[in-house]
Design a protein. Structure first.
Length: 363
């Protein structure tokens, strides 16, 4: 009989709306506790799903020896110390990305998990989308020849409204901004598909420079980027341009375009699609490419959509949870590792250090 792990979920909206149903769908996890600042919402979910225990904070959760797995949906600045403490008292960890607000915090999590011999994974969900797996399989097969150039765009209008209140997403020191919240995903899947990052240059902007504080309505400066451009070099010499924004007047969705010797491979969704949903993979053969190449690409790619019956984010989080369960049982798995997360955190840190100098042209 498979072991069932007593599990508590920590966080508010993401935790209750996405992670709770995702982990409930995996038999290896028995959700026995919820932890979050919004006690009313947590207790309503507990009543609905028959969950026994409420924890007012993660310290209370740490003191409960019955809990074996902690599922964290916390801002990066809070996740760092919480994960270190929970690993130290013997909890296995499901972490959000990025691991922490800075590289030192991420390294502390890795050290705690390693020292206390815990199992941990990080919620890099794009690896679990079939079309991304198809993309990776086509690249790994080498049938398109050497990669020449890549362009990644994730362009949204979700935070263009200047009336949205100031919160942790407005402060890079708390883990906010597109570099931490969105580019972390991109750095992960680019490393998974193409290999490690060799060089990076960063340019950022805050298109919405101030937001009202909750309650007072007083404008408070935004100290995080809502738009970022990265110039990357992936191993061995692949140039890639990455543009991410949440504050444009018109969103265009999430799209990857990579040119190879024998054609262009595209993967993208639209602005109306869910975060993880709606991706379509297309191939454009180069002039003179072999007649059978398009058929070989189709053979390697299933071009499949997500499972019926689950919204996109829940499905993808469920898949990560399933791989986490395999890792906990000691079986072969595809769960993203702390080593993957640490490489992403190092990439974010290098990007911040490389912030482009502004050279004005005199007129």
């Amino acid at each position: 009989m498979e072991k069932v792990f007593r599990t508590a979920i920590v966080g508010n909206l993401q935790a209750l709306n996405v992670l709770l149903p995702a982990f409930q769908a995996v038999p290896a996890f028995a959700i026995t506790g919820l932890c979050g600042r919004n006690e009313a919402a947590a207790r309503a979910a507990m009543a609905k799903h028959g969950i026994a225990t409420y924890y007012p904070d993660w310290e209370a959760l740490a003191n409960d020896p019955e809990i074996e797995v902690a599922v964290l949906a916390l801002p990066p600045r809070l996740q760092g110390p919480a994960a270190v403490r929970l690993a130290a008292v013997g909890k296995h960890l499901f972490c959000e990305k990025p691991l922490a607000a800075d590289l030192a915090g991420a390294q502390a999590i890795v050290e705690a998990v390693t020292t206390h011999q815990r199992v941990a994974t990080v919620n890099f969900g794009f690896r679990m989308i079939e079309s991304f797996r198809d993309f990776q399989a086509i690249v790994a097969a080498g049938i398109l020849g050497a990669p020449q150039y890549g362009l990644v765009e994730w362009l949204l209008a979700t935070r263009r409204d200047p009336g949205l209140t100031w919160n942790w997403k407005s402060d890079a020191a708390l883990g906010g901004g597109t570099l931490s919240m969105m580019t972390a995903h991109i750095l992960d899947y680019l490393g998974w598909i193409f290999g490690e990052m060799r060089e990076v240059r960063l340019q950022t902007a805050a298109l919405v420079p101030a937001r009202p504080e909750a309650g007072s309505g007083r404008l408070k400066p935004v100290r995080a980027d809502d738009t970022s451009n990265l110039l990357l070099t992936l191993a061995p010499r692949l140039p890639v341009t990455v543009t991410v924004s949440t504050a444009l007047s018109v969103g265009r969705g999430h799209r990857l375009r990579f040119w190879f010797e024998h054609g262009l491979l595209e993967l993208g969704n639209g602005p109306a699609d869910d975060f993880h949903d709606g991706f379509q993979l297309t191939f454009h053969p180069a002039k003179g490419a072999g007649a059978g190449l398009a058929g070989e690409v189709r053979r390697l790619a299933e071009f499949s959509r997500m499972d019926a019956g689950f919204p996109g984010r829940i499905t993808i989080n469920r898949r990560v949870a399933e791989q986490f369960a395999l890792a906990l049982s000691g079986r072969a798995h595809r769960a993203p590792t702390l080593a993957d997360a640490l490489r992403v955190q190092q990439g974010i840190e290098l990007a911040r250090r490389s912030q482009m100098a502004v050279l004005a042209i005199s007129t």
